[in-house]
Design a protein around this ligand. Structure first.
Ligand code: HEM
Length: 152
């Protein structure tokens, strides 16, 4: 696997795991364990216990995913420029990520407003679709350059 393939596969797996973690936050009713945003209980590192740990870990995992999505996009823009679909999807992933992070924050600030929570879930699904597509496209072998063994 080349660097871009490794990165895009790692990003897809990380987004999947983050979505599972989001489900745990929801199932445990831990969505407001950190009642503020972007800090948690007014601190960068809150007391790490019970539901706070789950919600805080969801935020930390989102930070790791953000770094991975951005690095994947930079790599796509720098090294996969010839592959327009990859560049397009990597850019869409960054846009969805930004929307998703703000939706997560506003979900908390509005005390889990139903529409925002639903939008947070919908954006998560869209982001997963995009990064999985990106990872699978990264394995597509480029079309051979014409002119080699042309038949007459
Ligand atoms: C790429 C980033 C993120 C992804 C993919 C993601 C994904 C998810 C998913 C799938 C859920 C479960 C939703 C449901 O079952 O309805 C969830 C829940 C939640 N997320 Fe995120 N999330 C991200 C970032 C964030 C951030 C930055 C925050 C900031 C506070 C956040 C706050 C929450 C909260 C509070 C819940 C629980 C909602 C509830 O209990 O109803 N998320 N997340």
């Amino acid at each position: 696997m080349n660097r871009f393939q490794r990165l895009s596969v790692a990003t897809a797996i990380a987004v999947y795991l983050l979505i599972v973690l989001g489900g745990v936050v929801r199932a445990m009713g831990a969505g407001l364990a950190c009642p503020d945003w972007p800090l948690c209980h007014g601190r960068l590192i809150p007391p790490l216990q019970g539901p706070i740990l789950v919600e805080y870990f969801h935020r930390l995992a989102a930070a790791v995913v953000s770094v991975l999505v951005v690095i994947t996009a930079i790599e796509a823009w720098r090294r996969e420029r010839h592959h327009r679909t990859i560049v397009f999807l990597a850019s869409v992933a960054v846009i969805l990520l930004v929307i998703q992070v703000f939706l997560g924050g506003f979900t908390v600030l509005t005390k889990l407003h139903r529409a925002l929570t639903a939008a947070h879930l919908a954006t998560a699904a869209a982001l997963l679709a995009v990064v999985v597509l990106l990872a699978s496209l990264s394995f597509r072998t480029p079309a051979p350059i014409s002119g080699g063994s042309r038949r007459r």
